[in-house]
Design a binder for this molecule. Sequence first.
Ligand code: 5GP
Ligand code: ZN
Length: 115
Amino acid sequence: MGESTCIFCRIGAGEIPAQFLHQDDTVMAFRDISPKAPTHVLVVPREHILSLAHITGDHGPLLGHMIEVLNQVASAEGLSGRGYRVIANIGADSGSEVDHLHLHLMGGRRLGSMG
Ligand code: 5GP
Ligand code: ZN
């Protein structure tokens, strides 16, 4: 999927609406359209990186900033004291739907065991 048709690039360009919790020059956070938990937020770089599998050392500052934003959003959602889960899907076996890197921030209920 190219950048012009990528749904997260289009959200970043303001072409598709989203419920933003954070936006800056490099990173945005918005609510998942189909939430699986009381808080289900996607933390997304503006850059069209395909997945976590395409991260190199050069992306270190960007990844660090994504985690910083994720923790800030978690705190703003009242999750700091109770905990939360971070998920990144990579490739077919993960069920990944959108080929633009995103971290799922989920919380607000007991999430149960993985798997
Ligand atoms: P993946 O399975 O690729 O890790 O997750 C993609 C996520 O993006 C899904 O949880 C899905 O609900 C969400 N999503 C797909 N399209 C849109 C959209 O147009 N807006 C928002 N806010 N989320 C979307
Ligand atoms: Zn994209």
